[in-house]
Write a protein that binds this ligand. Structure first.
Ligand code: APR
Ligand code: PHB
Length: 390
């Protein structure tokens, strides 16, 4: 097979890139190691910045999102027994975020891709990349017992943190930066009414908690937990009890619990690989960077990478100039590091760190008080939360 662009991975990054290239008349194939159902079954965060919504609109997949997505103009921070509202819209000149699950974004993109007739290979085994610094790199994979080869002009590595793309780059050509946090998030999805119309981020002496949602009838809640926790030890009642113990009495009383339909523990990590390019391979999304989920920047960063990368590829085919492609990594990384900073800061602000000690606890309490008492500090938080400009 010969295509212009081979996209590795059909997560949000690969699918969104595929759709934008398709609309621009660029021939691309998506090569995914899992099945379509597996890709659709993954549960992830669900807060979309306005820029991400605009990207999805441009890709022609915004209709259901506008119908079913929940517009949020603020959220609460709960500490010391009181809830404090962050008025996102009031602090940012009217900006908003949309709560719409990543699973739904993925479904809309997969449906659009199927309707467009563009090529997608699911269940591709042993995907490998070759000749990344040659003019025509190649992707090989196994499917139904046979080896296949795709020759292309460029490879877009959109295969997530554990993918093959970043690992195909010689170590000496890429620098990585990493921070692993000493705790995880235990998350539960349940068909229960969310405790509040807006998200509640909780800083409590027992640890962080988050009351989020997927719809007016579906809750998504998390509690900070130790990485050594065993899911078996967390029956639903224990989860809801732990969450309740981190809320103020009024909110705890309003919390409706119910059977979980998904339960998992996720580790928290900050990670960046630089540059996001090697020869004719360009990385986008989780393949190049990870943020801890506090602030929900993961999917939004994948979207901004794709904004820059799709623009650069379209430019290349329209003008035969590689200037935009040459600038891709530096442009994307500027925004990536802003989101890394914000996600690290919000994680640090709201979680209990075993190593912080009594002095650290006091400084954190002072920072929370300062934040909710200062319009300037609240504006800085709101500005990053709704998403920095592209
Ligand atoms: N070959 C082909 N496909 C692969 C390979 C491989 N070797 N390794 C992984 N993949 C696929 C995965 O199965 C997955 O479908 O690449 C896809 C990567 O998707 P995501 O992990 O969702 O990454 P990305 O598209 O960058 O989306 C970023 O996802 O993890 C969240 O918080 C993150 O919201 C952010 C978003
Ligand atoms: C979620 O709904 O899963 C979610 C929302 C906000 C976050 C993280 C996760 O900051």
């Amino acid at each position: 097979m010969r295509v212009q662009v081979a996209i590795i991975g059909s997560g949000p990054a690969g699918l969104l890139l595929g759709q934008l290239l398709h609309l621009a008349g660029i021939d691309a194939v998506i090569i995914e190691q899992r099945s379509r159902d597996y890709v659709l079954g993954r549960i992830r965060a669900g807060v979309l910045e306005q820029g991400t919504v605009e990207m999805l609109d441009r890709a022609g997949v915004g209709a259901r999102l506008h119908r079913e997505g929940l517009i949020h103009e603020g959220f609460d921070i709960l500490f010391g027994g009181a809830r404090h509202r962050v008025d996102l819209s009031g602090l940012t000149g009217g900006k908003k975020v949309v709560v719409y699950g990543q699973t739904e974004v993925t479904k809309d993109l997969l449906d659009a891709r199927a309707a467009s007739g563009a090529k997608t290979v699911f269940e591709a085994g042993e995907v490998s990349l070759h000749g990344l610094d040659a003019t025509h790199p190649k992707v090989r994979y196994l499917k139904e017992g046979r080896e296949h080869q795709v020759e292309c002009d460029f490879i877009a590595g959109c295969d997530g943190f554990h993918g093959i793309s970043r690992r195909s780059v010689p170590q000496s050509a890429m620098q990585t930066y990493e921070r692993v946090y000493p705790f995880g998030w235990l998350g539960v999805l349940s068909d229960t009414r969310p405790v509040s119309d807006e998200l509640i981020y909780v800083s409590h002496e027992r640890g962080f908690a988050l009351c989020s949602m997927r719809s007016p009838t579906r809750s998504r809640c998390y509690v900070q937990c130790s990485l050594a926790e065993d899911l078996e030890q967390w029956p639903d009642e224990r989860f809801w009890g732990e969450l309740r113990s981190r809320l103020d009495p009024k909110t705890a009383e309003a919390l409706v619990s119910g059977p979980s339909i998904e339960k998992s523990i996720a580790p928290l990590r900050s990670f960046v690989a630089e540059p996001m390019r090697f020869g004719r391979l360009f990385l986008a999304g989780d393949a190049a960077h990870i943020v801890p989920p506090t602030g929900a920047k993961g999917l939004n960063l994948a979207a901004s990478d794709v904004h820059y990368l799709s623009g650069a590829l379209i430019d290349y085919y329209a003008s035969a100039s590689s200037a935009a492609l040459d600038g891709y990594s530096a442009r994307a990384l500027r925004r990536v590091w802003q989101a890394e900073r914000f996600s690290w800061w919000m994680t640090d602000l709201l979680h209990r760190f075993p190593e912080h000690g009594p002095f650290g606890e006091k400084v954190h309490a002072a920072e929370l008080e300062f934040l909710v008492g200062s319009r300037a500090a609240m504006s800085a938080l709101a500005e990053s939360y709704v998403g920095l400009p592209y």
